[in-house]
Structures are given as C-alpha cells and as structure tokens.
Design a protein around this ligand. Structure first.
Ligand code: ZN
Length: 191
C-alpha cells in the first residue's frame, strides 16, 4: 500500500479524467502522484600519458551490482544541472578532480525508468580516492577493462563507444555524441 505524501491517506492506481494511463491518485485529497523517469548522470574520466589512454572506474560498494565496476555516476539532484551532477558524482564516488567536456552518451533504459548520460572528462591529477560508495577506484586501459565485471549495460556501451571514437581520432575523426535505447534487462544467472 502506498500513501499520499500530502495527506497520508492511501493512494489508488486509477486513470484520472482526461488522462490515458494509470496514476497514483490520493483517495482523500485527490492529488495525482506522477511517476517519471530518473536521470543518472556520470563522467568518463580520461587520463592520457605517453600515447596511452586510461579510464577511471569505480568498484561498487553498494547494491545493485555490488563488486562490479562502473563509471562514476549517480542520480541527479533537484536544483542541479547535468554538468554539476557529473562533477559531483565523480568527486563523491572517485574523489577525482576532473575538467568536464561535451556530453558523450545518452542511454534510455525504459524498463527501469531511467535515462543515463555520460560526459567526457579529463582527469586532472592522480589524487583520486574511493568514496563511501566505492570499494576501489582504478585506471584501466582498453585491454585492462574488466568487460565481464561491468555493472551496467549503459556503462559497457559507453566505454565501447568511447574507445571506438578514440581509435577514429588517430585517423582524423573526433568524438561523437551517441544515443542508444537499452531495452533488455541484465541477464541474471539461473539459481
Ligand atoms: Zn492526499
């Protein structure tokens, strides 16, 4: 049972007049509690030295996907821009100082009611440190990335797109902007 945040009475799932889909409507005060997708914002912190490119990843210390690796990312807060969210999450989860660049990927994940966005970023120094939501923070080259231990499909796709663009840059190309719809849930091992 869900309750109204305005008056604490139970809410009922029903289609309001002039609407076409079920909403949580308060049985007492009539307030409609709309449910909308959440924004998950992160960065791709890049460290380039001596012709080698490495990306900073965080090992998750929280569920879901405890122990799996991810780009620093998290839920956008109210009163915040997407750029500010990317910088804040990178600081919170990886203790990393970054300079933010262009938006690189936008991934719709409709079955979990989320939209994920990742900005390219330059890692400014090596003073990163695991935040409270991370077990470890580490730089990985493309061949070192633990592809089978990536926490979320949006992160795996973003990393693959990033390294594909990077390979093109040496051929005179540039970084693109990529949007993708991820419609399949993460497969779970049979138990
Ligand atoms: Zn109410």
């Amino acid at each position: 049972m869900k309750y109204c945040s305005e008056c604490a009475h139970p809410v009922l799932l029903q289609i309001p007049p002039d609407d076409n889909r079920p909403r949580y409507v308060c049985s007492q005060c009539g307030v409609i509690h709309y449910q909308n997708p959440k924004m998950v914002i992160g960065s791709i912190p890049v460290w380039q030295r001596d012709g080698e490119t490495k990306i900073l990843l965080c090992k998750r210390a929280i569920e879901p996907r405890y122990g799996y690796w991810t780009l620093p990312a998290g839920f956008m807060e109210n009163n915040e821009t997407t750029e500010a969210a990317a910088i804040r999450e990178t600081e919170e989860e990886a203790g990393a100082n970054i300079e933010l660049h262009q938006l690189f990927s936008l991934l719709n994940v409709p079955h979990v009611h989320q939209v994920h966005m990742f900005y390219r970023a330059t890692l400014l120094d090596l003073d990163y440190v695991a935040g409270i939501e991370s077990l470890d923070v580490k730089l990985f080259s493309e061949t070192e990335i633990p592809w089978d231990e990536i926490a979320f499909p949006t992160v795996g796709h973003t990393l693959k797109l990033f390294f594909a663009d990077l390979a093109n840059i040496t051929d005179g190309g540039g970084y693109g902007f990529h949007s993708l719809d991820i419609t399949k849930p993460i497969p779970r091992p049979a138990s």
